[in-house]
Design a binder for this molecule. Sequence first.
Ligand SMILES: [Zn+2]
Ligand SMILES: [Zn+2]
Length: 120
Amino acid sequence: MCLGHTYNLACGHSLLQFSERCERKCAVPTGESTYIQDTCAPCDPSFRVEQIIRAYDQKIRQAQEEHRIALQHKKHGEIRAAYERVEKLFTDQRKEVAEVRKLGAACPEVIWPGKAVDEC
Ligand SMILES: [Zn+2]
Ligand SMILES: [Zn+2]
């Protein structure tokens, strides 16, 4: 079996650190595990904010394009619907970003093993 250390992160993921590998290359090392009050990179608030913005930007651009086409063809029903879609996307984007920022602000201090553990 492989030996190492498992760090359990606040986001529910874990970081594995192998000190010794066996032939079977186990997925999880045998040894101690430590809880860390931090998230992994994909769960990091700033990373997630960036992802949300990018995902919405794409949808917003598409809705704006639909709005532009509807205007061009003077399809009044579609103009309104497309406009509302754009507005809703902006609102949802703002809401999601605010939500992630709020979660991130709750625990801004990164605590790694070996460092002094402050109250979070
Ligand atoms: Zn192993
Ligand atoms: Zn994570």
